[in-house]
Design a protein around this ligand. Sequence first.
Ligand code: ATP
Ligand code: MG
Length: 404
Amino acid sequence: MLYDLTAFFSQATAPLQQRIVWLMYYAAEQRLACYVVGGCVRDWLLARPVGDIDIVVEGDAIALAEAWAAVWPDQLHTHPPFGTATLSWLDAGALVSLDLISARREHYPQPAALPVVSFASLADDLARRDFSINCLALQLVNQPTSVIDPHNGLVDLQHGLIRVLHERSFIDDPTRILRAVRFAARLEFTLEPTTAELLQQGLPWLDQTTPARLWNELGLLLSEPSALKALSLADEWGVLQQLFGCAWPPAFNQQAQRLLTNLPNEQLAIGWLLLMSQLEPSVAQAQTKRFGLPKPIRQAVVQWHELANTAAPLLNTTLSAGKLDRWLSPFEPLVLQVWASAQTPLVQQQFGYYLQVLRPIASQLSGHDLQAQGIKPGPEYKTLLAAARERQLDQFAAENPNLC
Ligand code: ATP
Ligand code: MG
């Protein structure tokens, strides 16, 4: 079957189309073999929205990128050790980027280490890739064109299968395990049986992989719309056990789904907190640090355990508004919401009352007021202000019983 890349790019915005047309002419003139490869070909063939565009050049991609940048006013970043260049430009306020890649061969000196790279042909470049569905290519110069498919990715695409190209794939690069989870969840594909076995054999190699490389994939996995499905698969395949020593039980899916309706932008934090909630506090904090999670999430993990530690005696009682506020005010709303979502209806109702009604109320008494009353600034300010706020909120609750 023949495909026409001009039709593919006709769906793109004008600035991208113009650049691609230029590239097609330039490559033809220079007799430079250029190919659209990887995820964008896969997504186009699946009729899914196409993300980043990757172009492989049999030759010097950096020289090509420099010729490009002489014509177009785009930002150019080059990575000489890998022979790659990224061009980016603003399109209707959004940053669009395109990667130009010198076709390369990769050799792994040790399992889970970074590869040694040498320049090579398109066939070599496709052979270094992760899954058959990700190593499809379409040449850029003569249209229409047939799909270059040396690893039978088209058949796997039709059958919804994720298949590695060789038996050492997950050992060479264990981050591919996380990629397999991500694509299986996103595309609703399954692992081809031998790939499933190889993935199991590759699991121990995750321990040898640097946290930064793992996080590149984990962060993407937790941020995708299909993250909950990905977490379930990662649990089923033993990936979570291997990485963190924890699970993702089905109940977490319902819990996370409920939370996400109110907190749609907190998916990564919610996923991470639920995972870490199963671990000892020191282990959870060490994992959070190891993967370099952002500071608000690191603090949330610490607060989670503080909240759990202080909660026990209070879970079955209804606290006064002032006491509830005093207990919960040090905690981030996100931590309170995620934690409460697994508690009894009474706790959920009290936390909801605190977050929606009490927390937004400004304190009537301030440090300035105490100073004006002639009280010298000192440690007792904190006690006095807290007691005043407690009284204020108890009075508020007495005057507004319908809000409880
Ligand atoms: P997405 O839609 O998430 O961007 P993608 O397939 O485009 O998916 P990228 O991470 O953008 O994935 O990588 C582009 C291409 O580079 C992939 O399609 C794949 O061919 C190759 N690739 C990326 N990471 C790896 C890896 N760890 N091992 C082998 N090949 C990889
Ligand atoms: Mg991509």
